[in-house]
Design a protein around this ligand. Structure first.
Ligand SMILES: [Zn+2]
Length: 371
């Protein structure tokens, strides 16, 4: 397949042709110079690397009904909010089916990886691992301890099967627990992450101590907080649709100005679909609604580039011949590619490329996930 139009990847946006064979980029270059000389099926459009959903809670896909009209804490706060009651009441098989359905939804959109905060301890992590087997979307799973008080043995057990730990927030976890979790994650080369400044502003000195690899939300943050997060080398996952349900928003324009590294996520699967294309459009529009516009390129990078870098797999965000990026092809006008992708991309505009299976994580290759 020969795509004539534009590339949008880690190196920016540019006019180009891209030849794809069996889901792999085999040739790129100046339009009109391709080796096939008109003998191959030609498509006009934009080629991007596969996106990553930077923050999900797939477990709560177990309910897709409209949530009750209650406060934020009554809805999602551990241990007894509505969401946690749903999780506790649902049977394991039911949860696996729901998570698998959410993964399929993401696969239809070409999402290669989801970074999931999985509740319910080691069991929760194992359930998602099983749901993700053969689903075509890699689950990077950050587990969460359930035992009270927190015990090192449980954290170690979770990290046997998880890619890291994703804590609720520093309002629920003491400094001692955070330090222990972060130290164990570092020693095992796993991710340490937590939600921060979601409902109220929290001081960065607290959530950045110890330094997390990722903080989620920062809906309440001063410009100086964003600078501290940037200087700490911590990335931010933002979830604009989820925040909007509770009358708040991530400071997208301010984050772009501060030079933060931002990943785009869709948050709780019980609140909205894990659609990265819908999230991108909403992010673009609402940053303007609040007169704090973020550029289309900044938002596109939050879905297509920054999360790969965060995972340590930056090469998957560069579309080069023979590279490991899994290309997506969109039937969209090639002018202003970032703007097209952010405001107009949808799965029905994607052209099948006989794609390889999504890249497999070390942890999935390790296998041995049985229940
Ligand atoms: Zn979350």
């Amino acid at each position: 397949m020969l795509v004539e139009g534009a590339i949008l990847d880690a190196d920016g946006a540019r006019p180009s042709y891209v030849r794809i064979e069996h889901g792999i980029v085999v040739e790129t270059g100046t339009i009109g110079t391709e080796s096939t000389r008109g003998k191959e099926r030609k498509i006009h459009g934009i080629v991007t690397p596969s996106p990553i959903n930077g923050h999900t809670h797939l477990g709560d896909a177990v309910s897709t009904r409209e949530p009750p009209n209650v406060s934020f804490s009554e809805l999602v706060a551990p241990p007894s909010g509505y969401k946690f009651r749903l999780l506790a009441e649902a049977k394991p098989a039911e949860k696996r089916r729901a998570m698998r359905a959410a993964l399929h939804r993401m696969r239809q959109e070409g999402i290669a990886v989801t970074v999931d905060f999985r509740e319910e301890g080691e069991t929760g992590v194992r359930e998602l691992r099983r749901a993700a087997e053969g689903a075509g979307v890699r689950a990077v799973i950050l587990g969460r301890p359930v035992g009270q008080p927190r015990e090192s043995a449980e954290i170690e057990r979770i990290l046997e099967v998880a890619d890291g730990i994703g804590l609720s927030s520093c309002r629920e976890e003491s400094a001692d627990v955070r330090h222990e979790v972060a130290a164990v994650c570092r020693a095992r080369r796993k991710f340490y992450a937590l939600h921060a400044s979601e409902e109220v502003r929290e001081p960065p000195e607290v959530y950045l101590d110890p330094r997390p690899d990722l903080v989620v939300h920062l809906t309440w943050a001063e410009p100086s907080d964003l600078e501290q997060v940037r200087d700490a080398g911590t990335s931010i996952a933002v979830c604009p649709r989820s925040n909007a349900l509770f009358g708040r928003r991530p400071l997208l324009g301010a984050m772009e100005r501060a030079g933060n590294r931002v990943l785009l996520g869709t948050d709780n699967a019980m609140l909205q679909s894990p659609s990265i294309w819908r999230e991108l459009e909403f992010a673009y529009v609402t940053s303007r609604l609040f007169r704090d516009p973020a550029s289309a390129m900044f938002l596109a990078r939050a879905a297509l580039v920054e999360p790969w870098r965060w995972l340590g797999e930056e090469e998957r965000s560069h579309l080069v011949a023979g590279g490991p990026a899994v290309p997506l092809v969109f039937r969209l006008p090639p002018e202003d590619p970032a703007y097209q992708i952010v405001t107009r991309a949808a799965e029905y505009l994607m052209v099948p490329t006989a794609s390889r299976a999504a890249p497999t994580a070390e942890s999935e290759r390790a296998g041995g996930i049985d229940e």
